[in-house]
Structures are given as C-alpha cells and as structure tokens.
Design a protein around this ligand. Structure first.
Ligand SMILES: Cc1ncc(CN)c(N)n1
Length: 226
C-alpha cells in the first residue's frame, strides 16, 4: 500500500516523521504477527490494552464531530466512530471471547501507562486545538495500521494471526483509511488553503503526527511486555 493512497497530507506527514514511521510499522511486534512468532500471551495482552485504547480513541473521534465546521466533516468523523465501535472493536471482543476472556473482563482491563499516555495525548490535542490538531494526532493510528495490514496481507508467512491481519488488510479498513486521508486533505485545504504545506502551521501539525507515531512505537513495545 503506497502512502499516496491515503492522501497528500498523509504522505507529507509520514515523510516528515522520519525514522519513527519505520520503527512503528516494522516493529518487532508487527514482524511477530507476520511470521507467527509472537507469543500468544503477548498478543492477548496487547489485544486487551488495545480494546481500552479503542474506547478512548473512539471518544477522540467523537470530539472530531464537535470540532467539525461542515456537514461533510461531521459525516467523516461519525463514520469513523462507527467503524471503530461497530467493527474494529468486534475483532477484539471475538478473539478474547474465544480465548476465555468475557467482554466485561475486557472492558475492565487495567490501563497500562503507555496506553494512557497515547490516548490522552490525542484527546488533549483535540481539547486544546482545532480539528487539524486533532486529525494530525489521530492519523498515524488509522493509516499506520492500514499500511501494516496491507503489507502483512501480502508478506505473512503464517496463518497464526490471520484474523488480525485480515481485518486491517481488508477492503473495509482500507476504505476507512482512504476516507480519513480525504478528510485530512480537505480539512487542511479549508483552513490553510490549497498549498497547506507552505503554511507555518503545517510544521506544527507534522510534529503532532510524529509524536503520535512515537507513542505507537511505545504501544507495540508495551505489547511485548505483558
Ligand atoms: C494502538 C493502536 N493504533 C492503531 C489502531 C488501529 N485503529 C489500533 N487498533 N491500536
């Protein structure tokens, strides 16, 4: 999956994130999903934390509805909230239930510090900023997993984590990434103009994107240490 598929701003922000992007999308945890070497205990621990992550991440996308300035922006944010709550979180519920972890226990998972740091960083970007600040902090999460899923869909050498890979490689998730890429581009054009990358504000948005990318790296690392 080329970065270009997810829009112009994403490609520029990804480039500006430098080495952090590769550390995120090619982390040892990701490679363990690809070749099946990831310990089941680490995967289930990650999945439980990620369920809690997605609760707060959905709240942040709901805040994007609040920060929207047009009906089209509201529709884009609402669609993402729905994709998270009604689709992505079901993957976590299903795998955990099959592993003997009921949904109430999943919901009550104690939050690890790396998880808390990431989600509250994103929420704070939205509380104190506008839709652009919020989207810049949200984008690495959405598109990073899109890129990881698309690559692992092609490069996987084991079926152990095929459910997980299939969710992020699938047309549904890939379509969500493309839609968020369009939302990001149009929100930037509306507020900063067609040549948004020449605005001094764009550099501060790239900083937010890079920080969120670094928090993704920490999240994978946390996944390796149940
Ligand atoms: C930590 C994290 N980052 C991204 C995603 C993909 N929505 C996720 N499920 N979890």
């Amino acid at each position: 999956m080329s970065a270009q598929t997810y829009g112009r701003a994403f490609a520029l922000m990804r480039e500006a994130a430098g080495e952090a992007w590769g550390e995120y999308t090619r982390h040892a945890f990701v490679e363990g999903l690809r070749d099946g070497a990831l310990a089941r205990e680490a995967f289930l621990h990650y999945l439980r934390q990620d369920y809690v992550f997605l609760i707060h991440f959905s709240r942040a996308w709901a805040l994007a509805v609040v920060k929207s300035e047009t009906h089209a922006e509201m529709l884009g944010a609402v669609a993402t909230v729905n994709a998270l709550v009604a689709e992505e979180m079901q993957l976590h519920v299903g795998i955990c239930e099959a592993a003997g972890i009921p949904q109430e226990e999943l919901f009550a998972t104690p939050e690890r510090a790396e998880n808390l740091a990431y989600t509250r960083y994103v929420l704070e970007a939205g509380y104190s900023g506008d839709l652009l600040d919020l989207l810049a902090a949200l984008a690495p999460c959405v598109m990073g997993y899109g890129e990881i899923g698309a690559r692992l869909g092609v490069e996987k050498t084991s079926e152990t984590y095929a459910d997980w890979i299939g969710t992020y490689a699938g047309d549904g998730y890939q379509g969500d990434c493309a839609a968020v890429g369009q939302l990001l581009d149009s929100a930037l054009e509306r507020r900063l103009g067609k040549d948004f990358e020449t605005s001094p504000r764009f550099a501060t948005l790239c900083d937010k994107f890079r920080t969120a990318t670094e928090l993704e790296v920490n999240f994978w690392q946390m996944g390796l240490t149940p």
